[in-house]
Design a protein around this ligand. Structure first.
Ligand code: AP5
Length: 224
């Protein structure tokens, strides 16, 4: 690897496929920060920034936040010190325009390293999203059935209250899936053509998905 090369992992997959869950596990193991655009928008919303209020309009409908705003936000995030070794990109890019912008941002660092594609069927996505609960304070993710907290509605990690995301309502989930297939779907071909795609069976229990993901990353020289 050249001295200026860094590791940039792009998680690709539908909403609810487990990208955030796996990014949180792998960031510790790989020493790479999770850069999750959805979390960045939610952080801004919690702090009532202009960006957060703008993003809310799109997120509540399940639509993509405009590229100009999103790309600028990611560029700023990747320029921070903790991204010096690289990052796990969770939720970005989400369309071809964003993918090209990311390639430009990373051109001097060797580009994207690998793109794990989370394979899961639509019924599983709906079941996972409808039972998801998130910690208001630290953002830890749970599922009422598949990954419940020890105590109902209380975060294991920090003891704060759990909540259901506004965009996890059934009507919004349908549009998020539609947007995924229409706008993010073409990225599968984009990264396949670049030889960066690695399929991961994301229908399995969390630990097994982690193992499959680690095996996929190892094929590209990224080891835990
Ligand atoms: P974002 O927050 O990125 O949402 P998403 O991509 O729809 O992904 P999710 O967070 O819903 O799912 P996930 O794959 O991370 O699954 P998770 O690990 O939580 O984006 C939200 C919105 O922000 C977008 O709609 C858009 O408006 C905007 N936005 C974001 N990025 C943007 C961009 N680049 N451009 C423009 N707009 C953008 O898991 C789901 C559930 O399943 C959890 O309950 C979990 O506990 C459970 N689970 C996980 N793995 C398993 C397993 N293996 N078995 C059983 N249960 C599991």
């Amino acid at each position: 690897m050249a001295a200026n090369e860094r590791t940039f992992i792009v998680f690709l997959g539908p909403p609810g496929s487990g990208k955030g869950t796996q990014a949180r596990i792998l960031e510790k193991k790989l020493g790479l920060p999770q850069v999750a655009t959805g979390d960045l928008f939610r952080y801004n919303l919690k702090n009532e920034t202009e960006l957060g209020l703008l993003a809310k309009r799109y997120m509540d409908a399940g639509d993509l936040v405009p590229d100009e705003v999103t790309i600028r936000m990611v560029e700023e995030r990747l320029s921070r010190e903790d991204c010096a070794p690289g990052a796990i990109l969770d939720g970005f890019p989400r369309n071809l325009h964003q993918a090209v912008a990311l390639d430009e941002m990373l051109a001097s660092y060797g580009g994207v390293t690998v793109v794990p594609l989370f394979i899961v069927d639509d019924d599983t996505v709906v079941a996972r999203i409808s039972g998801r609960r998130v910690c208001r304070n630290c953002g830890a993710v749970y599922h009422v059935e598949f990954n419940p907290p020890r105590q109902d509605n209380i975060c294991d990690a920090c003891g704060s209250e759990l909540y259901q995301r506004d965009d996890d309502r059934p009507e919004t989930v349908k549009n998020r899936l539609y947007v995924y297939y229409k706008q993010t779907g073409p990225l599968i071909g984009y990264y396949f053509a670049k030889g960066l795609l690695e399929e991961v069976d994301a229908m399995q229990p969390v630990d097994d998905v982690t193992a499959a993901l680690e095996a996929a990353l190892a094929k590209r020289g990224v080891t835990v």
